[in-house]
Design a protein around this ligand. Structure first.
Ligand SMILES: NC(=O)C1=CN([C@@H]2O[C@H](COP(=O)(O)OP(=O)(O)OC[C@H]3O[C@@H](n4cnc5c(N)ncnc54)[C@H](OP(=O)(O)O)[C@@H]3O)[C@@H](O)[C@H]2O)C=CC1
Ligand SMILES: O=C(O)CCC(=O)C(=O)O
Ligand SMILES: [Mg+2]
Length: 746
């Protein structure tokens, strides 16, 4: 056993991944302990983050430490090893629901001030805002990202291809984006030749200077951008596209990322709702304002706020909302059975997952009648929308992708230190008055970048530091070398920000031995075309991208290749030397919780967790020279391979093997692999009895896991499920539990 115990930090998050953890973590801890590895948990769920923020209002027993801040601190140490599961990036309606649940459980939390008037309200809002949107990932992502489908996973997908709907050349589905007035159109960018502190302000037409951001400290070599989206142009765009969809009889859908882009995209979403329902807003707008309707939270906000009105008044509003549909195109639905449309809530349709799902379905989304239909996929910001149109064009010409033959597209993503748009939330503003938006040097008063903006425009500054760019280039070269695949930097020389990046990429590539490597730089649209031409010929191509495309492409290609991004390996080598292993690239799939509660079947596939754990153990083995950890990693890989070969992943139907059953099989194959290896006799002897117990009791355990299914279960909450109840539901096999307990005690 190594002298110092090594530590893996396993995050507790939300929804399906949290439920899966209740079953998987005891397995992981049982296997890691004999190698001297402590697997400790860190709760970063939205509930825990809310409670940590309001510790001052809670009893000592209720208080929760600020785990996220602690994890953020740990990212700066070389021996840090974190396994990060997907977590909720909460929209306002989700945050409000989480707060209500916690209040009902006796936590003395203030209500969420949706319409803050007093200073006290504003202070509460500021505190809650820390738990809003994507709040976890940006803190932990102190490194760039390496996401790929491991060979065994890709092989398995080829052997057991998921369904892909056919694409018709006559499909009317297309992407609509702005052609002017969006962030792309008016971007300005520069690379700093020296460190500077800057402020962001607005010189209004009336001559006032409004300070928007007091100070941003910039480093030498950092690239900064200033860009804005014109409200007028956006609203005209929506009006035109809605009218076009209505006239041509194609469905309308909106695809944004309001969870991650938590300041800009709720506004972009809100304008679509207001315009779609403009007649109702014309009639009831004043009342909506009085009631505190926030259109950025979707149509659900209207329904929520009118709930307590007298019935006749409420019915009239609902009638007027419905009447709007007569002059508008059909809307894509999120849940056609319940009448929940694409404009209902900003977190229901999240672009990275929603566009691939549509493309996989032959370019269709669900209509109100529950039938799949062609759609106008509206993505206002043109910067990255064009890649989807390129893929759609490709599918119309070449038909749907074939998971059996298609190549793979791993990604190396520029992500570290809040790179680019995904780090811009605290520098994003809805402009209160016409004027000039400026980025100004605090010491000299020099105006670095400025833009003419109008009331309601969304203006933002993005940053990307030099060190992350160097690290990203290095990671790309490493991956190209190790995989033997060509690597393509998806960079558009006509976009000012990317023109700056291209200069750096060309410079930093010279720091590496690139002999024999195929490394190219292409605009996004060309890169997509080039990659797809290779994909259908079964050839693999690494995409090297900025932060947004990292997110989009690591759902897009995996969903085509593997049916879900949950099967991806997702590694973040932290720049300070530690490592974070994210599980999959997908989210927390809320509908999985619903199925568990209704029929006690959890369809969540933990393959991402298995893959992350193997690389985490391997990393720990190498860094702390822990041979046992290395053997655990190798045998876990073998176990995952057996699980895939024998099709022991979870099914989607109650009564069949689910998430818990797949954990049992992983444990059985892992114990068998350890019992079979001879490199480490201690581990062999330790795991032989467990392998025997699980192998002999396979049928019994699988049956114990099956019989509980088909009934509703209670886990005592959604955002903060009851620990004991969840454990009881997620660990129903007495035989499996006893075998693990015996192994842990041995
Ligand atoms: N890294 C992170 O922390 C991320 C968090 N999120 C968060 O997740 C939530 C939902 O986001 P959304 O965009 O809808 O995306 P999801 O990736 O959660 O869901 C899309 C669909 O992918 C499939 N899927 C995803 N993961 C798995 C899995 N492990 N096993 C089986 N199927 C899976 C499911 O489809 P089906 O069941 O039909 O096969 C699911 O409905 C939001 O709260 C969002 O903020 C989103 C992305 C990343
Ligand atoms: O942090 C988030 O909200 C989502 C992140 C995400 O989608 C991704 O990294 O793939
Ligand atoms: Mg994503």
């Amino acid at each position: 056993m190594p002298a110092t115990p090594s530590k893996i930090i396993y995050t507790l998050t939300d929804e399906a991944p949290l439920l899966a953890t209740a079953s998987l973590l005891p397995v992981i801890q049982t296997f890691a302990a004999p190698a001297g590895i402590d697997v400790v948990t860190s709760d970063v769920s939205v509930a825990a983050r809310i409670l940590a923020e309001f510790s001052d209002r809670l009893t000592p027993e209720q208080q929760v430490p600020d785990n996220l801040a602690e994890l953020g601190r740990l990212t700066q140490f070389p021996d840090t090893n974190i396994i990060k599961l997907p977590n909720i990036s909460a929209s306002v309606p989700q945050l409000v629901a989480a707060i209500r649940e916690l209040q009902s459980k006796g936590y003395n939390l203030p209500d969420f001030p949706e319409d803050p008037k007093t200073d006290e309200d504003k202070a509460v809002l500021t505190r809650y805002s820390k738990a809003l949107g994507s709040a976890v990932n940006p803190v932990l992502r102190e490194g760039n990202s390496d996401r790929r489908a491991p060979a065994a996973v890709k092989r398995n997908a080829r052997k057991n291809p998921h369904s892909m709907s056919k694409w018709s050349p006559a499909s009317r589905t297309h992407v609509s984006h702005m052609h002017g007035g969006d962030f792309y159109a008016g971007e300005k960018s520069m690379t700093l030749t020296a460190a500077r502190d800057v402020k962001m302000d607005l010189v209004t037409k009336s001559g006032q200077t409004l300070l928007l951001k007091k100070k941003v400290a910039l480093l030498e070599g950092e690239i900064i951008d200033s860009m804005f989206m014109s409200k007028k142009a956006l609203c005209k765009f929506y009006e035109d596209e809605m009218e076009d969809a209505r006239e041509t009889g194609v469905m309308f859908s909106l695809h944004v990322k309001a969870t991650m882009m938590k300041v800009s995209h709720p506004i972009v979403f809100g304008h679509a709702v207001r315009i779609f329902y403009k007649d109702a807003f014309a009639k009831h707008g004043k009342l909506f304002d009085e009631l505190g309707v926030n259109v950025n939270n979707g149509l659900s906000s209207i329904y929520d706020k009118i709930a307590d009105l007298p019935t006749s008044q409420r019915d009239q509003i609902v009638k007027d909302l419905h009447a709007c549909h007569e002059h508008r195109p059909e809307l894509a639905m999120v849940d056609s059975a319940k009448g929940i449309s694409n404009l209902h809530a900003p977190n229901d349709v999240i672009v990275d997952a929603s566009m691939p799902a549509m493309i996989r379905l032959g370019g269709k989304m669900w209509g109100a009648d529950g039938r799949p239909k062609d759609t106008k996929a509206v993505m206002p910001e043109s910067t990255f929308a064009r890649i989807y149109q390129e893929m759609i064009n490709f599918c119309k010409t070449n038909g749907n992708f074939d998971p059996v033959t298609m190549g793979t597209v791993p990604n190396v993503g520029l992500m570290a230190q809040k790179a680019e748009e995904y780090g811009s939330h605290d520098k994003t503003f809805e402009i209160p008055e016409d004027g000039v938006a400026r980025i100004v040097d605090l010491a000299t008063g020099e105006v670095l970048l400025e833009q003419n903006v109008e009331t309601g425009d969304i203006w933002r500054m993005c940053q990307v530091k030099d060190a992350p760019i160097r690290d990203w280039v290095k990671l790309a070269v490493n991956r190209a070398r190790l995989s033997g695949m060509p690597a393509v930097f998806w960079l558009d020389e006509y976009r000012p920000h990317e023109a700056e990046l291209i200069k750096k990429v060309k410079t930093y590539l010279k720091d590496h031995d690139t002999k024999g490597l195929d490394i190219q730089i292409m605009s996004q649209v060309r890169a997509m075309r080039y990659t797809l031409e290779r994909v259908i010929r079964g050839k693999d191509t690494i995409s090297v991208t900025g932060n947004i495309l990292r997110d989009y492409l690591t759902d897009l290609f995996p969903i085509m290749e593997l049916g879900t991004s949950a099967k991806m390996l997702s590694i973040v080598p932290l720049m300070a030397g530690g490592a974070m292993f994210e599980t999959g690239a997908g989210g927390s799939a809320p509908k999985h919780v619903k199925q568990l509660v209704e029929e006690n079947h959890l369809r969540w596939d933990s393959l991402g967790e298995f893959l992350a754990l193997a690389v985490s153990l391997e990393d720990l083995g190498i860094k702390s020279d822990n041979k046992k950890a290395k053997i655990l990693a190798q045998t876990l890989d073998a176990a995952t391979g057996s699980l895939l070969d024998n099709n022991k992943g979870p099914s989607t139907r109650a009564g069949e093997l689910d998430n818990r059953g797949s954990h049992f099989y992983l444990a059985m194959y892992w114990a068998q692999a350890l019992a079979e290896q001879t490199e480490d006799k201690e581990l062999q002897a330790h795991f032989a009895p467990l392998a025997k117990a699980l192998t002999e009791n396979e049928a019994k355990i699988v049956e114990e896991l099956r019989v509980v299914q088909g009934q509703p279960v209670d886990i005592g909450g959604y955002y903060k499920p009851d620990f004991a109840k969840t454990e009881a539901v997620m660990r129903p096999s007495a035989t499996f539990n006893a075998a693990l307990k015996a192994a842990a005690a041995a």
